[in-house]
Design a protein around this ligand. Sequence first.
Ligand SMILES: Nc1nc2c(c(=O)[nH]1)N[C@H]1C(S)=C(S)[C@@H](COP(=O)(O)OP(=O)(O)OC[C@H]3O[C@@H](n4cnc5c(=O)[nH]c(N)nc54)[C@H](O)[C@@H]3O)O[C@H]1N2
Ligand SMILES: Nc1nc2c(c(=O)[nH]1)N[C@H]1C(S)=C(S)[C@@H](COP(=O)(O)OP(=O)(O)OC[C@H]3O[C@@H](n4cnc5c(=O)[nH]c(N)nc54)[C@H](O)[C@@H]3O)O[C@H]1N2
Ligand code: SF4
Ligand SMILES: [Mo]
Length: 762
Amino acid sequence: MPRTAFRTCPLCEATCGLELTIEDGAVTRVRGDADDVLSRGFVCPKAVSLTELHDDPDRIRTPLRRTADGGFEPCSWEEAFALVDAGLTGVHERAGRDAVALYIGNPSVHNLSAPLYARVLAKALQTRNVYSASTVDQYPKQLASALLFGSATTVAIPDLDRTDHLLILGANPLASNGSLMTAPDVRGRLRAIQGRGGKVVVVDPRRTRTAEAADEHVAIRPGGDALLLAAMAATLFEEGLVAPGRLAPFLSGLEEVREAVAPFAPERVAAATGIGAATIRRLARELAAAERAVVYGRMGTTTQAFGTTASWLVDVLNVLTGNLDREGGAMLPLPATGSTNARGEPGRGRGARTGRWASRVRGLGEIFGELPVACMAEEIETPGEGQVRALITLAGNPVVSTPNAGRLDAALASLDFMVSLDLYVTETSRHADVILPAPSPLERSHYDVALYGFSIRDVANYSPAALPLPEGMQDEWRTLLTLTAIVTGQGPEADVDAIDDFVALELLRRETATAGSPVEGRDPAELLAALAPRRGPERLLDGLLRTGPYGDGFGARPGGLTLAALEDAPHGIDLGPLRPRLPEALRTASGTIELLPEQIAADLPRLHALLAGHEPGGDGGEDGRMVLVGRRHLRSNNSWMHNLPLLVRGPERCTAQIHPDDAARLGLRDGAAVRIASRVGAVELPVEVDAAIMPGVVSVPHGWGHGVEGVGWRVAAAHGGANSNLLADERLLDPLSGTAVLNGIPVELAPVPEPVPAAAGA
Ligand SMILES: Nc1nc2c(c(=O)[nH]1)N[C@H]1C(S)=C(S)[C@@H](COP(=O)(O)OP(=O)(O)OC[C@H]3O[C@@H](n4cnc5c(=O)[nH]c(N)nc54)[C@H](O)[C@@H]3O)O[C@H]1N2
Ligand SMILES: Nc1nc2c(c(=O)[nH]1)N[C@H]1C(S)=C(S)[C@@H](COP(=O)(O)OP(=O)(O)OC[C@H]3O[C@@H](n4cnc5c(=O)[nH]c(N)nc54)[C@H](O)[C@@H]3O)O[C@H]1N2
Ligand code: SF4
Ligand SMILES: [Mo]
């Protein structure tokens, strides 16, 4: 009687294939799908917790409405949408379109409905106040990529399986399972690099699990990456090691880069980075000497003061060493659902435009259609035309995930109306007037529309829902379209299927109007009919696949990819290793890789200032100040998997790790409580004295601190830990991308006085 279902794990970017055993309507076993085209049976401990998540009694299964006493009570979908209609329409009428904000969180990327329908809602809202987790994450990398290559989705990914030399900065894929690098089993793939005689180097202020597994760990002062990378580039120029090879004909700005990096000699940046000049020169030479090498940076290089500039330099090094767009280097995936860099005229485009509007209070620039989330609280608090009075959150927990969480927490409490789409009553959704549930991952279909764009191998894998939707639950795309109907004045009773038909037709219209598309010039209505009887995300997905680079082009390319083909391939379809895509994938106005973009050039004086601060007479020297960085643990996932007993058992994970020298200097003992204070807040945590962390740095994971009033996750709330974003400062940003500094926050540490025994108390 047991049946087997295959499903891609939606919890992180690795997209592992799972084999589920289902008995009597319940998933009784989860293991790795040995035949999955990408993961080949690999899974991490989180996969097994999918059943716990599914069964979690605290997960919400009906819409909830706020009660008079500030709690929540279940209600019907009709009641919930009527309340949302009254709330949002009221704010629209009183305060205008910009008064309604949207925050889109991370799990919306690991989902089929949300990437396809959240943008429909965002557009329908006609508000400047769209925010997301991207400005506490990867936007610096996407901005640097957009400036270099012309589109934000043209992110070069390490070709892990063919490289001989991998230089990792600020990433810990053995804990995170990889990011902007869809690659299940990173440990196995790193071992394979070493097995073929290659080398792995990790640059990180902490000797992480990845650093342990690497051949070399280089400790760096937080925020020093741009200086290190500039010095490596300067070394390549100085020592005649620059060899862009095949890229040379479509490269502009090479000489300008030589001049720009020249002042950052290794000897000069040594103090500021904490890395000796000889080491820096050796890192540069080894990179140049390797047959196939790649530089890869992640959170530690993006969510820091020089996020965009450091991310730019990562690819500058890949270009200078001839490793961009070549096997074993940094390559561009070609996802099956298409990509901006694969549509329209090849090799040229409009380039990237940012700053098309600015935030009302602080004047922060727009980036990729959003405003930096670091300014969301002030946009809610500050009166005047355009003040945010209502908020929609979709799969996000900004009260735990974004800087100056304390201020945002208070701001949310002041809103006129808030609706959250979430699985739980969280630190964020507890402020909502209405919470709308979503199906558990086992109850929905899946395809990684976003993540295959960052995959180390081109693959396509569709999973149908493993379990049917339970009574009273509805698919998230329907919820998103009902919200779309509400904010466009059609009301909650509007025909969602008709709106969906419109969305699908628009997609096909755009495609048929695109030069070079396999369906160019065809009748969109005819294509829509060909997609019947599919609807919802499956219809959109089929449309994208069929018009995509491997698609059947609705008959134009017989044998090409369709959703039906994926349905017949439960382990996925392998589309092959990454292939060189330049210059065709460029979408810059010049049709070249614009190696020194203006915005970056304009940021370099700030890098000079950082350097000067560490030189004799500067103010950035060893004055005993500590800086805060973050970390991730394999058994955790941002803020929302701490309610699962399997994952949170064992030793306390939310600790403040400090070096023994700092512990001694500050009078902190292992296991004792430390008070960490920044400009914006303070938290208390247990100390973990650990020589793996470099002196002057304190490492605290984010996503904790659930013990606040009103949350619905009982296991998480009973757990220890503190919200590290109570310390993150909303004024500290990478100025180019508006992305928050989450790594490198100045803090002060002090012992928390031991509680006085009761008998001796006053
Ligand atoms: N200090 C510090 N802060 C950080 C980071 C850091 O390294 N340090 N990392 C940052 C990064 S990289 C990220 S991505 C952000 C994450 O920031 P957020 O996306 O705001 O937060 P998450 O913790 O991912 O919360 C996701 C929410 O979505 C809900 N959810 C899960 N699945 C679904 C679903 O299918 N549908 C719906 N509707 N809801 C769902 C969960 O219950 C949870 O409440 O945090 C950032 N914040
Ligand atoms: N288990 C688990 N997996 C996850 C997540 C999770 O919460 N838990 N979150 C997912 C998400 S949303 C994301 S975005 C990815 C993130 O994936 P990663 O970026 O691989 O994860 P982090 O552990 O944040 O790694 C950042 C590293 O940067 C280091 N660092 C801090 N400051 C600096 C600096 O200035 N320079 C350098 N060179 N290094 C620095 C930190 O010590 C840390 O080791 O992980 C994803 N996967
Ligand atoms: S590595 Fe990520 S995708 Fe793979 S099983 Fe673990 S959580 Fe799921
Ligand atoms: Mo993230």
